[in-house]
Design a protein around this ligand. Structure first.
Ligand SMILES: Cc1cc2nc3c(=O)[nH]c(=O)nc-3n(C[C@H](O)[C@H](O)[C@H](O)COP(=O)(O)OP(=O)(O)OC[C@H]3O[C@@H](n4cnc5c(N)ncnc54)[C@H](O)[C@@H]3O)c2cc1C
Length: 470
């Protein structure tokens, strides 16, 4: 069954109805559903998979939020939505959609506090390292520090709120009146059966187009030959619906890349390793970039190296630090992390030229002591020098998720090309335009879940109140 279709006919039947239908059971859809229900609406969530997971489950689950009581609880001072917004705009060199950056940064703190107060989600704040571009420790996570646990906790909240999540329900067609009002959603079942759900409002929480190779090649050719490491079911249906309806779309070339995916294991190796002193070298044993620029743009830098791979090199201090990340534990169990007693052994098992490795490590020591300046512009001061024994992981660059999508207003209502809003169509998360601008380098760590939870929070409330207030 072809998806992403719009029908301007009246549905031949309505099998069920809800005030608010939400498409997608990732972070955006689940938060939107909780908010719409809290506003008094009857809500149904549609999810194409047999068991909801989405990119949310694949994520590290780190959500940046300023000025929450959880952040204050660890003693972080001086963070505000305005400061966070400035960090977002600085990372994208001012190219993020300003209205969306403001909406996201003002909403995410209240969203996390609401999820805690109303639905019992617990948040911790990570304060042992700063991701590139964040001026304050503001990464929140559930105590397990995984996306799997975040998704599970949101699903448990949705279940407790008695919101049905209909799985194996692939939304294929939206029924739209001439005015653009959405009246129903058609779903396709695995056996080919079709069902039609009437709705008064529709929230698109079905992420972007990372799982659609043709669209990736069309809009983001620079990463089309890289691995897609997001949820395969995110095939761009929101974009297709929006474009057919005449919605404004923006920043389709923007995306979250990552330059540290263990290869060939396909396990995320936290960028915290680089921030705390690790380096990346290519097959020639040479550094090729400022690793503190950001992990997103590093996807392209790594793919440009011989064989499209690099080695993360670090030491026992950082190996111990990284074990606090569940992904890293997984990488260790999979045999992706190697240990070497000295540079000669490091060269042997990585296959890197020993002379180049020695030279690279010598240069790093000079940058660290201030005897020389890194030609790539990285500031090595303040972190201890790398010392034997060494650790190494072979990594590649990947596309994690797309950042472009449907433009929304401050109620998360989808906006047309002419600036007018659709009456009852809302979007958030990867379905909406993000806050990273049009370039891979514009992605500030956490921009993904920021807009999934932040815009889902706004969309669900606006959709719910719009149907309840009539
Ligand atoms: C490895 C990795 C690590 C990451 N780490 C972080 C992080 O630490 N912090 C951060 O902020 N971001 C991170 N991200 C990005 C983050 O995961 C996403 O931005 C976020 O999960 C998007 O949420 P969403 O609800 O929009 O989409 P998803 O969680 O992908 O949910 C979309 C759902 O919609 C369903 N769907 C799609 N089309 C249809 C359809 N037609 N009908 C029915 N259902 C449909 C999908 O099956 C899916 O379940 C990471 C991403 C990856 C891949």
């Amino acid at each position: 069954m072809k998806s992403g279709q719009i029908s301007h006919t009246v549905p031949d039947r309505i099998d069920a109805e809800a005030d608010v239908v939400v498409i997608g059971a990732g972070a955006c859809g689940l938060v939107a559903a909780l908010r719409a229900k809290a506003a008094g609406a009857e809500v149904i969530v549609l999810e194409r998979d047999p068991s909801p997971s989405g990119s949310t489950s694949m994520s590290s689950g780190f959500i940046p939020a300023p000025a929450t009581r959880f952040q204050r609880g660890i003693g972080t001072e001086g963070d505000t939505p305005q400061r966070f917004e400035a960090d977002i705009m600085a990372k994208s060199k001012g190219k993020s959609a300003a209205s969306l950056a403001r909406l996201a940064t003002q909403t995410i703190g209240p969203a996390l506090e609401w999820l805690a107060d109303r639905h019992g989600l617990e948040w911790i704040v990570l304060d042992d390292f700063l991701y590139p571009g964040h001026s304050r420790h503001r990464m929140h996570a559930v105590p397990e520090k995984t996306g799997v646990a975040l998704e599970a906790r949101l699903l448990a909240a949705v279940e407790a709120a008695e919101i049905p999540v209909v799985t194996e329900a692939h939304a294929t067609t939206l029924y739209a009146e001439e005015s653009g009002r959405i009246s129903a959603v058609e779903i396709s079942r695995p056996d080919g059966a079709r069902e039609v759900l009437g709705c008064k409002a529709l929230v698109l929480g079905c992420n972007g187009f990372g799982g659609n190779a043709a669209l990736v090649r069309q809009h983001i050719p620079e990463i089309a030959d890289g691995l897609y490491y997001g949820h395969q079911g995110n095939t761009g249906d929101a974009l297709a619906w929006g474009e057919t309806l005449g919605a404004r779309v923006d920043h389709l070339s923007g995306y979250q890349g990552h330059g540290s995916l263990a290869h060939p294991h396909g396990i995320l190796i936290s960028w915290a390793l680089m921030m705390e002193g690790g380096i990346q070298v290519n097959a020639d044993g040479m550094r090729f970039s400022n690793e503190h620029g950001g992990y997103s743009e590093q996807a392209v830098n790594v793919l440009a190296q011989p064989g499209g791979v690099a080695w993360n090199i670090y030491d026992a201090r950082l190996h111990a630090f990284a074990q606090g990340f569940p992904d890293y534990q997984e990488a260790m169990a999979a045999g992706a992390v190697r240990e070497a007693g000295d540079v000669a052994e490091l060269a042997r098992f990585t296959g890197l030229p020993v002379a180049a490795l020695v030279s690279t490590l010598t240069q790093i020591a000079a940058y660290q002591s201030g005897e020389a300046a890194d030609p790539f512009g990285r500031d090595f001061a303040g972190k201890p020098a790398l010392v034997a024994p060494f650790h190494a992981v072979k990594v590649t660059g990947a596309l994690f998720h797309t950042q472009g999508g449907l433009m929304i207003d401050d109620q998360a209502r989808v906006v047309r090309d002419d600036g007018t809003e659709f009456a009852n169509l809302f979007a958030g998360g990867g379905a909406a335009c993000g806050v990273s601008g049009p370039d891979v380098s514009g992605y500030l760590s956490g921009n993904g879940l920021l807009t999934a939870i932040g815009f889902g929070f706004v969309a669900g409330h606006a959709a719910g109140t719009s149907v309840v207030s009539g």
